[in-house]
Design a protein around this ligand. Structure first.
Ligand SMILES: [Zn+2]
Length: 148
């Protein structure tokens, strides 16, 4: 959680390019750090096994193994798929200090990280991520992923 210098995102597109690729709602969340309304997203209570990829660039970010039921209205994970797949920024908007979580590869907004809330998970961290920022790749489809 140190304030390391931001790595240059591997994927660097203009707003116009993102707007062509994303729906208006996706653009608002991913590129404008918006937040979908709780309990409205696609994945907040999903238990399907698989990998959650960045909806903007496809980088693999989280898996169903670290997903847990936080009853908060958004998909919650206790850890990212790998260290370095997401990056952290200090967010002082809305009158509070929060940790913003972004995709390292394309610098899109994913959600926020909360710690020490008392969840019975291995890390006691809650990555509170917008469904709109993610695409679930179900495990059954994974085997054929490299064969097309
Ligand atoms: Zn991304």
């Amino acid at each position: 959680m140190n304030d390391l210098p931001a790595p240059e995102p591997r994927i660097n597109k203009s707003d116009d390019e993102w707007k062509r690729e994303l729906s208006p709602a996706e653009f608002q969340v991913l590129r404008r750090a918006g937040t979908e309304r709780p309990f409205t997203g696609e994945y907040w209570d999903t238990r399907t096994e698989g990998v959650y990829a960045c909806r903007a660039c496809g980088a693999e970010l989280f898996t169903s193994r670290e997903k847990f039921d936080a009853h908060c209205g958004w998909p919650a994970f206790f850890a990212p798929l790998a260290e370095g797949s997401v990056r952290y920024l200090r967010d002082e908007s809305m009158g509070m200090v929060r940790i913003e979580v972004r995709c390292t590869a394309c610098d899109s907004h994913l959600g926020h990280l909360f710690e020490g809330e008392g969840y019975a998970t291995p890390t006691d961290q809650r990555f509170c991520i917008n469904s709109l920022s993610l695409t679930l790749r179900p495990a059954a489809d994974d085997d054929g992923a490299s064969a097309h």
